[in-house]
Design a protein around this ligand. Structure first.
Ligand SMILES: *[C@@H]1O[C@H](CO)[C@@H](O)[C@H](O)[C@H]1NC(C)=O
Ligand SMILES: *[C@@H]1O[C@H](CO)[C@@H](O)[C@H](O)[C@H]1NC(C)=O
Ligand SMILES: *[C@@H]1O[C@H](CO)[C@@H](O)[C@H](O)[C@H]1NC(C)=O
Ligand SMILES: *[C@@H]1O[C@H](CO)[C@@H](O)[C@H](O)[C@H]1NC(C)=O
Ligand SMILES: *[C@@H]1O[C@H](CO)[C@@H](O)[C@H](O)[C@H]1NC(C)=O
Ligand SMILES: *[C@@H]1O[C@H](CO)[C@@H](O)[C@H](O)[C@H]1NC(C)=O
Ligand SMILES: *[C@@H]1O[C@H](CO)[C@@H](O)[C@H](O)[C@H]1NC(C)=O
Ligand SMILES: *[C@@H]1O[C@H](CO)[C@@H](O)[C@H](O)[C@H]1NC(C)=O
Ligand SMILES: *[C@@H]1O[C@H](CO)[C@@H](O)[C@H](O)[C@H]1NC(C)=O
Length: 536
């Protein structure tokens, strides 16, 4: 007589039971797969996103990058000087009247695209501005009175020149009849008007110091294809450099500033950023007119059009802090001291030595005394005057933007030049503008929503689904094994008796093929036995 143990062993290894071991194995595989998916799914999704983002010819993101399917709006606000005479002759504070918005609808496209072998792509940026009268307060032909920037630049620059030069300048200005304030249309102020001083300079100044234009306009030459050749990384070699500028006109860095750190230009143009942005990420935007990288740090979570969630990034409050507040900014002051006051950025070196200081609109983040030095500039409000960018963190796509900058002229009093002798030292606001992107088209937001919402759900469904199925199978298999081994012992104890109480679960309910099979395999003698009144 075999021992119960060995019989049990025989049963456990019988072909029927091997099937149950197989089920246990499968269920464990399910659970394991669930765990693997739980742990690695996000990484796989990220890898997939990375590979899809890379700027490749004819990919979807490439199309959007090349020709953004948006119509960015540029809104311009001009400070109209209403008391030019009183200011110059009676020493009054300048009284300014903020006019705007004058709205231009833009279309952007990157042209002359060329893929380079080393995972970079070169292009020229094309921008077209079309005035939109409907959204504007007035016509482009509205006349405004603003400081004569070419003249005041020239006089301010001559401050440290020889006295006879200043006197010569005064008589030239007399002949040309230039005045410290000009009356021009909004269109002229932005897109250019002929300036007698620039025309003269173009004719007489030696070639190498020549200004490139004889017209003056704050946006002069910006309507059309830029001559600057920009080379950016496609992200093919390193996704952390996705959309980051490699070279600007062949240069890997700027030349104006004192340190390598400040001369960096490896930021993005603001449309796309390296993906997987966290709240700790600092984004860098390079703009030629800003003349430096603009850092942007996380501010808050926002919801943008069509329910796409994003992170809002803004320049840190001390981005334009003066040197005493933020010593790192010393590198942006090669001519100093004195350096730009708190809240201003001196772009003189990028603007043909014109004394242009950039700030945020209404002197946001600058000392209040500059705003109070003029009349008619209301206190800044973060909502209206802050620079910000909302990005979709997983993909690094800009969802909404308000690039807001004010242009100021830092005038120095020069008493030898009689036309401007009464023009005091002042930071004179000229205008501010807002470059804005609002609504991405539905096809983009749908894709972003899909890409951000589906993976977590898919991950949960897959991993928990596998856990549940695996767990149930395992439970079932274990229960059956336990029951069957239990019955086996009973059979063994009953010896040769071929009468076995039928299994309640097996008899009658017959819904499971597996189970009737179980019974059959378990105890063939039962089925083969003679009549059996209790089977039904
Ligand atoms: C700007 O100010 C000047 C001088 O005060 C005035 O003549 C002109 O009408 C103003 N422009 C607009 C558009 O209001
Ligand atoms: C992209 O591919 C198309 C055709 O496949 C070609 O005509 C076009 O020049 C390519 N563009 C670039 C930038 O290489
Ligand atoms: C990639 O190639 C382009 C053109 O061949 C070159 O201008 C650029 O400097 C290269 N960039 C890098 C990072 O090597
Ligand atoms: C910009 O250029 C386009 C086409 O050349 C022209 O239609 C448009 O009026 C220009 N915009 C401005 C503001 O001059
Ligand atoms: C401006 O508004 C007028 C009338 O409201 C409309 O006919 C015209 O199409 C609009 N123009 C633009 C550019 O939206
Ligand atoms: C770098 O930029 C400077 C001034 O912007 C320019 O003179 C120089 O030619 C550039 N270098 C190259 C390699 O293009
Ligand atoms: C730019 O270059 C500096 C050093 O050259 C590097 O530390 C930094 O990570 C780069 N930034 C980006 C956005 O690639
Ligand atoms: C952000 O930085 C802080 C402090 O440096 C750190 O504790 C936190 O874990 C970081 N968060 C992320 C998402 O990297
Ligand atoms: C701006 O920078 C230029 C060139 O470095 C310098 O000559 C000028 O004094 C600076 N202006 C101010 C207001 O700091």
């Amino acid at each position: 007589m075999r021992s119960g143990r060995s019989k049990l062993y025989a049963k456990l290894t019988s072909s029927f039971l091997r099937k149950w071991w197989f089920v246990i194995f499968v269920s464990l595989v399910f659970v394991l797969l669930g765990a693997i998916i739980f742990i690695f799914f996000s990484q796989w999704v990220n890898l997939y996103i990375n590979s899809e983002l890379v700027l490749r010819n004819e990919s979807m993101t490439f199309g959007w990058w090349r020709k953004p399917p948006v119509k960015p709006l540029m809104k311009v606000y001009v400070y109209n000087v209403t008391n030019a005479d009183g200011f110059l002759n009676n020493g009054e504070k300048p009284v300014l009247n903020e006019l705007g918005p004058y709205v231009y609808v833009q279309s952007w496209e990157k042209v002359n695209l060329a893929f380079n072998k080393n995972h970079t792509i070169s292009f020229n940026q094309h921008k077209e501005f079309v005035f939109d009268r409907n959204q504007s307060v007035g016509d482009e032909d509205d006349l405004v009175v603003v400081p004569n920037i070419p003249m005041l630049s020239a006089t301010s620059q001559s401050k440290h020149a020889a006295r006879f030069l200043r006197l010569a300048m005064a008589s030239i200005m007399d002949i040309l009849k230039v005045k410290p304030f000009v009356e021009v249309s909004v269109h002229q102020l932005l897109w250019g008007y002929e300036d007698p001083l620039l025309k003269l300079a173009k004719d007489v100044v030696p070639k190498e110091q020549k200004l490139p234009y004889e017209e003056f306009g704050l946006m002069y030459g910006k309507n059309g294809t830029s001559r600057d050749k920009v080379t950016v990384f496609t992200g093919g070699s390193n996704i952390e450099q996705y959309g980051v500028i490699d070279r600007f006109n062949g240069n890997k860095s700027l030349l104006h500033w004192k340190t390598e750190q400040c001369n960096r230009l490896n930021g993005s143009d603001g449309s796309i950023f390296p993906p997987h942005i966290t709240k700790n990420t600092t984004l860098f935007v390079y703009d030629k007119d800003l003349c430096r990288l603009l850092p942007l740090s996380y501010q808050k979570e926002v919801e943008t059009a069509n329910g796409v969630a994003g992170f809002r990034f803004t320049p840190p409050k001390d981005v334009f802090a003066d040197v005493s507040t933020k010593p790192e900014n010393e590198c942006f002051c090669p001519g100093g001291p004195p350096c730009a006051p708190n809240g201003f950025f001196n772009v003189s070196l990028c603007q043909y030595d014109s004394p242009i200081l950039l700030s945020f609109p209404h002197f946001y983040l600058a000392d209040e005394k500059y705003r109070l030095a003029v009349e008619g500039v209301s206190p800044p409000v973060a909502d209206k005057h802050e620079f910000f960018l909302d990005v979709q963190p997983q993909m690094g796509v800009s969802l909404r933007a308000r690039a807001r900058v004010q242009i100021n002229l830092a005038v120095s009093q020069v008493v030898d030049i009689k036309q401007v002798a009464t023009f005091p030292d002042i930071v004179f606001p000229i205008m501010w503008f807002e470059d804005g992107i609002d609504a991405l088209p539905a096809e983009v937001t749908d894709m972003l929503n899909f890409a951000t919402r589906v993976p977590p759900v898919a991950k949960a469904c897959l991993s928990y689904g596998l856990f549940v199925v695996g767990g149930l199978l395992l439970l079932l298999a274990v229960i059956c094994l336990v029951r069957n081994s239990g019955r086996q012992e009973t059979l063994h104890l009953e010896g040769t008796s071929h009468y076995v109480k039928p299994d309640k679960t097996a008899s009658g309910n017959g819904h499971s093929n597996g189970k009737s099979k179980t019974l059959e395999t378990l105890n063939p003698s039962f089925l083969n036995g003679p009549d059996n009144p209790n089977t039904n």
